[in-house]
Design a protein around this ligand. Structure first.
Ligand SMILES: Cc1cc2nc3c(=O)[nH]c(=O)nc-3n(C[C@H](O)[C@H](O)[C@H](O)COP(=O)(O)O)c2cc1C
Ligand code: SF4
Length: 376
């Protein structure tokens, strides 16, 4: 039983009720959109508030530049995702489902619409589709609710959280497409597949999406993709909100949210990005910081101005034209930005930057000293 291998066709929905939330809890299913939050806790919070008016938002925004697993899944198993959404609608007594899909993921969007048109049995909730702007923060759950309600894909202040007051003011479950597919298999077979979808990116012989058992190590996953194209400098774990990890350590890690957490790391949205030794880690970090600064929704000062200042200092250091105190400032400003936004965007950016400052301390110091010779 796997997410990507099974046949994808409409099938009668399994007969599940509110007891299914206990099954989600026993299976230990955690969200696959980035935060790894326990799925049962979210379903219970919505179930407790639903008066038959709940809303399910199927999150297929996939704004993370290196991630491809959600669109691969939407293209390959649209019925499985729809099953997950309809099961959630039954269990949470929802009246509306919104398929929230990145507008640039055209094949995935078409696949989901085709699958929807193939469903003939009466579904428990009305389904609508929202094509989402291709912005990084558009996938955040509060941005999804804001877009569906008012046409703006920017996060809003929390609380109220979507499970309290979301789409149309009703209790709303925002759930990643992969999480819903796992829930559907659990409902069908009485057990979850225990697998993870990961996107292998960067210096990999065959980059792309693979499904692995949760005991699989990163080294084993990379071998399945033909190995690394050249010797690695570092591995970026969890996408642009993730952390740089030294290759020797990364290759031994099991691809599992829980065990990553025990190592003080996160699998995030499942991206494993390999940085080849021939690439400059400081320049790479500066490029990602510029991207993240440009993706701020410009609503909170510390995020909008803070990330810009961090990205500018990082870029000066990378280019060998650092001001004398740029590196010290980077360290100080990361602490100033953390926890100061309405959403986790600035926190994610500084987790990423802090990991770079730790792992590439000597490269940053060398660049700060305007010495751009390679240290790899
Ligand atoms: C800036 C930002 C961007 C996000 N982008 C996505 C996204 O593209 N897709 C996604 O499923 N979750 C994304 N998330 C996480 C969502 O807020 C939310 O936690 C998730 O959709 C919940 O589903 P899950 O519990 O199944 O992971 C993002 C969060 C933040 C802060
Ligand atoms: S923290 Fe940043 S991305 Fe999030 S709402 Fe505020 S300005 Fe927008």
């Amino acid at each position: 039983m796997r997410l990507l291998d099974g046949p994808d066709r409409p099938a009668p929905l399994p007969n599940v009720g509110s007891g299914f939330i206990d099954a989600l809890e026993r299976a230990g299913l955690a969200g696959r959109g980035g935060a790894g939050f326990p799925t049962a806790v979210k379903w219970r919070a919505v179930a407790q508030r639903s008066r038959g008016d709940a809303v399910i938002v199927v999150n297929g925004a996939e704004g993370e530049p290196q991630s491809k697993k959600d669109r691969v899944l939407m293209s390959a198993r649209p019925h499985l995702i729809l099953d997950g959404a309809f099961i959630a609608a039954r269990v949470l007594r929802a009246r509306r489902i919104v398929l929230y899909i990145g507008e640039r993921h055209e094949a995935a969007l078409a696949s989901m619409l085709r699958a929807l048109s193939q469903r003939s049995e009466p579904e428990p909730a009305l389904v609508t589709v929202a094509a989402t702007p291709a912005r990084y923060v558009a996938g955040a759950e509060a941005a999804a609710v804001h877009f569906i309600n008012e046409g703006l894909a920017t996060p809003t202040n929390l609380p109220p959280y979507p499970f309290e007051r979301g789409v149309d003011g009703a209790p709303t479950l925002v759930q990643n497409v992969e999480t819903l597919a796992h829930a559907a298999l659990l409902a069908r077979h009485g057990q979850a597949p225990g697998t993870v979808l990961v996107t292998l990116a960067g210096g990999v012989v065959r980059p792309g999406v693979i499904e692995v058992d949760s005991e699989t190590t990163i080294g084993e996953a990379l071998s399945r993709a033909g190995g690394m194209a050249e010797s690695p400098k570092a591995v970026l774990l969890g996408g642009y909100f993730g952390s740089w990890v030294e290759p020797e350590r990364a290759l031994q890690l099991a691809i599992d949210h829980e065990s990553m957490r025990r190592h003080g790391l996160g699998l995030g949205c499942g991206v494993i990005g390999v940085l080849p030794a021939s690439r400059c880690p400081v320049c790479e970090t500066a490029g990602i910081m510029r991207y993240l600064a440009g993706e701020s929704s410009a609503q909170c000062g510390p995020c909008f101005f803070g990330l810009r200042a961090l990205a500018d200092a990082c870029t000066r250091i990378a280019d060998g034209r650092a001001n004398p105190d740029d590196l010290t400032r980077l360290q100080r400003w990361t602490a100033d930005v953390r926890g100061r936004g309405a959403c986790r965007h600035p926190d994610g950016a500084v987790i990423f930057l802090s990991s770079a400052l730790n792992l590439f301390a000597s490269e940053f110091a060398q660049h700060q000293a305007h010495d751009l010779r390679r240290t790899a």
